[in-house]
Design a protein around this ligand. Sequence first.
Ligand code: 5GP
Length: 190
Amino acid sequence: MQLLEDRIRKDGIVKEGDVLKVDSFLNHQMDVSLFEAMGREWKRLFDGCGVNKILTIEASGIGMACIAAQSFHCPVVFAKKTETKNIAGEVYRTQVRSYTHGRIYDVIVSKDYLGPGDRLLLIDDFLANGAALSGLLDLAMLAGATVVGAGIAIEKAYQPGGELIRSRGVRVESLARIKSMSEDGDIEFC
Ligand code: 5GP
């Protein structure tokens, strides 16, 4: 998606540890007009797939998932990250290793909000090693829901997550796919 690639070129900052910082428009301050365009693009790509719910993971996915949901006219459920195991009520639970912090979190979704009748679009900001998306797939599987596909804002295509998730038979639509990036600011797209 040209608009997103242009914005990454203009405002993205490559940090050490293979981290692209996009805090000025996506991860901290949020450009809602850009999110609207991204939501419309995911809607175009997944139109006719019967999406009835969007599933994302806290925190960075929530904003863009909510704006995308306005195009899909469906609710958003977000997986909660928690380090405690004492959550009231029945939940689906799996574990995710955080790319940016290295920690392993339990992630949970209430059984009230996901089930076998759901056709899910998974949404997240980044795809790197695929841990976050694998966690969402695990939760969907535990719920018996159908995963229609995954909408990713930025895929770092030189990292293994994209291949891992696609090899599980999941349709992944990334709006910007980075082929390479370096700390001197060079970012090349696929
Ligand atoms: P994965 O689980 O695929 O390894 O990484 C995806 C998750 O890690 C995303 O939810 C995102 O929050 C974070 N992440 C991975 N790579 C980057 C990056 O380059 N920049 C930022 N800001 N977050 C990243």
